[in-house]
Design a protein around this ligand. Structure first.
Ligand SMILES: [Zn+2]
Length: 361
């Protein structure tokens, strides 16, 4: 595709990228590291997502992954045969999201089993390799940040974004601040949920006896159905379809998943009183088959609580790229504000240490 300014929005897979609302207004490179594929994009100063590329993630060592990201960053700025630019663009920062336990503040990947990473100071290593400031974060928190800034949670001060795929991740924003708990927060998939009179369907990979994701992740729903029937399925979609077609076992498995999710949402509503709970990831594509009973059951569990809106996410597969670009831009904006403050210039008010403006959007 031509990368000219009049070209159609960039696409990767089925994703169509909106123009991103950058605050610093400088080009950035967005990197979304997945367990299988790594996507890279150049986002220009106008917020247009360009030069989107996808390649198999370099697994095996931290060095291999770092080299791959550094090369992708260099190529994104230069354009490439399959993602040409009008001319070379010098990115001002890099945003990276990875799956796993990530201490966003220190820029350290504490544990990413799929990637074979443990205690890797990825942000500093990548800064050394690229010479650019780097923002590093957990992928589910990133996806939530994208929804919070530009998606289904836009305008809220307090919101939860639950990403449901093979597992379950989450982003929690309280009063405009993305909470990370030094890397250990928002691990909603491993919220222990002992449904009344019920054992968990299987022990979780984390060792937990009854974690939310054993009941309600797309992977959990598929496994629970296969375990109950002896019939393997390719994913949760098949189970939802079977339930809609009258398969009582499938309906019971889906029912358990919705119950578990409703319980988690009700607990979040009790503690955080979010204005909105956004459901992202593969399972959100179940549509009304998920959202109608989920809303009903959340409503039935709550009494005096503030009711959160329960909404599907705006962004799909491209959320990681969008999030990485927005976090890189946020980093640049913070640097700009800090530099302006040091120089004694008046700066626009900023509400929140993350540079997340709590009220204006
Ligand atoms: Zn667990």
């Amino acid at each position: 595709m031509s990368a000219g300014s009049t070209a159609a929005p960039a696409r990767t897979g089925r994703e169509r990228f909106p123009r991103l609302e950058l605050r610093a207004g400088r080009p950035v490179v967005a990197v979304d590291v997945g367990g299988t594929l790594t996507k890279t994009a150049l986002v220009d100063a106008d917020g247009e997502v360009r030069a989107v590329r996808s390649e198999p993630t370099a697994l095996g060592s931290a060095d291999a992954l770092l080299d791959q990201i550094a090369r992708a960053v260099a190529e994104a700025g230069a354009g490439s045969p399959d993602a040409p630019l009008d001319g070379p663009v010098a990115p001002a920062a890099v945003g990276v999201h990875v799956p796993g336990l990530v201490d966003d503040t220190r820029g350290v990947v504490l544990l990413a089993e799929n990637l074979g990473l443990r205690d890797v100071p990825l942000r500093e290593e990548l800064r050394a390799r690229t010479g650019l400031p780097v923002s590093l974060g957990n992928d589910a928190r990133g996806a939530g940040f994208a929804e919070f800034r530009m998606g289904a949670a836009r305008g809220a001060r307090t919101a939860v974004v639950i990403s449901i795929g093979t597992g379950i991740g989450a982003a929690v924003v309280v009063d405009g601040h993305l909470h990370d708990g030094d890397g250990f927060g928002c691990e909603l998939g491993h919220m222990p949920l002992l449904l009344p009179g019920r054992d968990g369907p299987a022990r979780c990979a984390c060792g937990g006896a009854s974690c939310l994701e054993q009941w309600a992740s797309a992977g959990g729903v598929a496994r629970n159905y296969a375990r109950a029937t002896g019939v393997p399925v390719t994913g949760a979609r098949e189970v939802f379809e079977a339930a809609a077609a009258g398969d009582a076992t499938a309906a019971a498995v889906v029912d358990d998943g919705v119950d578990a999710l409703a319980l988690a949402v009700a607990q979040l509503a009790t503690v955080l009183a979010p204005e909105v709970v956004v459901v992202a990831g593969g399972l959100s594509r179940a549509g009304d088959a998920l959202f109608v009973p989920l809303r009903e059951r959340v409503e039935a569990m709550l009494t005096f609580h503030r009711r959160p809106r329960v909404e599907p996410a705006r962004f799909g597969d491209g959320a990681g790229v969008i999030a990485s670009a927005l976090r890189a831009d946020e980093l640049l904006e913070r640097h700009r504000l800090e530099a302006a403050a040091l120089a004694g210039s008046p700066v626009d008010g900023v509400d929140g240490v993350d540079g997340v403006d709590g009220g204006g959007w």
